[in-house]
Ligand binder design. Structure first.
Ligand code: WT7
Length: 641
């Protein structure tokens, strides 16, 4: 396998220059983690009050970082920069799908954030409250997040593709008191309304006292008197200045829901102090961020990638972050390259799914544009296949840009395993090495490191500053799911292999969680949605390999007695899942069968289902199967989306 070395030119300007520099950082962190992080926290962040202790492990796995310290995320993202020449630097360069643009300087962003913080304050919200944010990709989304952070209101951004039902579950789980939303946003030339889903969700959420609606798309919305307000009306009456609350380092900054192995999504809780430190360091080490860079993470802020690397990371770094509202292929498949060319983007971060879609649409699209401003590329969300890596490297990067394949999770908050672009020789498809301060390892079921070349479970042996602190309202599940199977060690949920050179290769999930287009979906969540449909007796869901989306959803459904199975029912079930979870979760394949393969103890054998959808037959061990004839009947009756 070829190794790709960074050019001398890249190495000489890099924030971490050469492997020796990486090793020195890594070893310093390993030998004295607390001293290492404390030094960086003093150097890279402001604190209203310094911490008393760097790490408190007394309640492990409920670790605390920078204990007793006081800080505010928005002070570090905004006020700090506004005291320097950066007040007139572009913080956010935004482009709407229809082609409209806005540029917000650090000072202007600070003004909007403070003003909107006053709106929330005037409505009675304060530190410790929770607000839901359900918005399109417009600048007011980061403004709303930062306004919450300024006051210590814990925010939870719900991806705009989620349905009313998913929104309701999250509002209720958090007992949120406010919803911040918009009339709608633009996607593929059409307005996607958001407000109707809020109205539907709120029918069952009496705790929400105020809904603030930003007017983006101009579609008709209904405002419920006393509860709903236009953003511009409330803003008009608010003051431009609102001091940052001096919050405890451990204050919960946000909760972000992600899928687990049960039907109930997990509320991942992130704290302030440690999160802002590790995200800042990733900007420096992984994205090699420079004052003059134009940086673009083409994710959605509804997922953790957008939280850490569109909003908080770049702003902490005082960088210029690009934000794009719409679809990558609108009005044509070259939209992203048009944006790179137009704003002369230097650092570009996207997902393998997006890269595969670009490959499919053809090289003529990137070739139409001047991409020579790019100096560094990133990948996140799922393993990137070496052929897609090579294409990304050569066609988009012109053979000149290192690719950082960044492994991390909603839970980890920040990038954990990644090449450093001015140091690490790259192997296409590998995330290479853990970042300084990250004790990642590949182990067997007892927690012992596996031999080079063998597969095992990916774990993190030591706490890290941006780690999630708990699951909202469910500390037992936090302990149980992540810290108990191999005691005292964080179990990631991915399989991995370390090669003879120590490079880590992440292979995919080991639990019943799928990864569709880099988004996590749980089989249990999908199955419980399907069986709630009145025509369904039983359902099982598996992930199948998909050329474009990495994995796709395949559902096996047993209809109730007397219900006719066929394309009509399949279409109805797809619509049902879209309504219950979101469009992105719709099953690609649905197969109807009169029974599902089960063990004698009644467990659905998903391994068999996976084999059936990928190879159309079963070759593995079926001796524990209760009814052998079910296998033959299963291969038939498929409906493709
Ligand atoms: C899961 C986390 C973190 C941002 C987006 C996803 C998979 C993520 C990589 C990568 C191989 C990756 C893992 C992980 N994953 N990045 N570079 N190589 N796999 O966040 O929804 O919390 O999903 O995504 O399976 O556990 P998430």
């Amino acid at each position: 396998m070829p190794l790709y070395h960074p050019s001398e030119e890249f190495v000489s300007q890099a924030n971490v220059s050469g492997m020796d520099a990486y090793r020195a950082l890594y070893e310093r962190a390993r030998d004295d983690p607390e001293g290492f992080w404390a030094e960086l926290a003093e150097e890279h962040l402001d604190w209203f009050k310094k911490w008393d202790r760097v790490l408190d492990s007394s309640q492990a796995p409920f670790y605390k970082w920078f204990v007793g310290g006081r800080t505010n995320m928005t002070h570090n993202c905004l006020d700090r920069h506004c005291k320097t020449w950066r007040k007139n630097k572009a913080a956010i360069i935004w482009e709407g799908e229809p082609g409209d643009q806005r540029m917000l300087t650090y000072r202007e962003l600070a003004r909007l954030v403070e003003r909107f913080a006053n709106v929330l304050k005037n409505r009675g919200y304060k530190a410790g409250d929770r607000a839901i944010i359900y918005m399109p990709m417009i600048p007011e989304l980061p403004v709303a997040m930062l306004a919450c952070a300024r006051l210590g209101i814990t925010h939870s951004v719900v991806f705009g593709g989620f349905s009313a039902e998913a929104l309701k579950t999250r509002i209720l789980d958090l007992d949120a008191g406010a919803v911040i939303t918009a009339d709608g946003g633009w996607r593929r030339g059409k307005i996607v309304p958001l407000k109707p889903a809020v109205d539907e969700a709120l029918a069952d959420c009496p705790g929400v006292r105020n809904v603030v609606v930003y007017k983006r798309a101009g579609n008709e919305v209904e405002l419920v008197a006393g509860r709903d307000h236009w953003w511009h009306d409330l803003n008009a009456g608010a003051d431009d200045s609102c001091p940052a609350e001096e919050l405890d380092s451990e204050h919960p900054l946000y909760v972000l829901y992600t899928s687990g192995t049960t039907g109930k999504p997990k509320g991942i809780v992130h704290a302030t102090g440690g999160y802002q430190l590790q995200v800042s360091m990733a900007m420096r080490w992984v994205f090699d961020i420079k004052e003059e860079d134009t940086y673009w993470c083409a994710a959605d802020i509804g997922w953790v990638t957008g939280h850490s690397y569109i909003v908080y990371g770049p702003l902490l770094a005082g960088a210029t972050t690009v934000m794009y509202e719409g679809a990558p292929d609108f009005p044509g498949p070259d939209r992203f390259w048009r944006i790179v060319d137009k704003y002369k983007v230097n650092v570009f971060y996207t997902s393998p799914t997006a890269v595969r879609a670009f490959i499919r649409s053809g090289v003529e699209h990137p070739e139409k544009h001047d991409l020579s401003s790019l100096r560094l590329l990133g990948s996140v969300g799922e393993p990137i296949n070496p052929s897609a890596w090579e294409w990304y490297y050569n066609v988009i990067g012109g053979g000149r840009c290192p690719i950082v394949d960044t492994w991390w999770q909603t839970e980890t908050g920040s990038i954990m395993i990644s090449p450093l672009p001015g140091a690490t020789p790259l192997k296409p498809g590998s995330g290479a090495f853990p970042l300084p301060g990250v004790a990642a390892d590949v182990v067997d079921g007892d927690g012992a490191s596996v031999a080079p070349g063998s597969e095992g479970y990916l774990v993190v042996r030591k706490p890290w500053p941006s780690m999630f602190r708990t699951l909202w309202g469910d500390p037992d599940r936090f302990r149980q799911t992540y810290w108990s199977q191999i005691p005292g060690v964080y179990l990631v949920g991915d399989a991995a292999r370390k090669d003879k050179d120590g490079y880590i290769w992440v292979l995919g999930r080991v639990d019943d969680v799928m990864n569709v287009s880099g988004h996590r979906l749980s089989t249990a969540e999908l199955e419980s949605s399907l069986v709630r449909h009145p025509s369904v007796a039983e359902a099982a869901v598996v992930g199948i390999p998909d050329e474009l989306t990495g994995q796709a959803v395949a559902a096996f459904v047993t209809p109730k007695q007397g219900v006719e199975a066929g394309d009509d029912l399949a279409a109805e079930l797809r619509g049902w899942v879209a309504k219950e979870i979101g469009k992105f979760a719709r099953p690609k394949q649905i197969r109807f069968s009169d029974a599902l393969p089960k063990t004698r103890s009644g467990k659905i054998m998903r391994r068999l289902l996976r084999e059936i959808v990928t190879t159309q037959k079963v070759s593995g061990d079926i001796t524990t199967l209760e009814d052998l004839s079910v296998i033959d009947r299963l291969a038939a009756g498929q409906s493709e989306d």
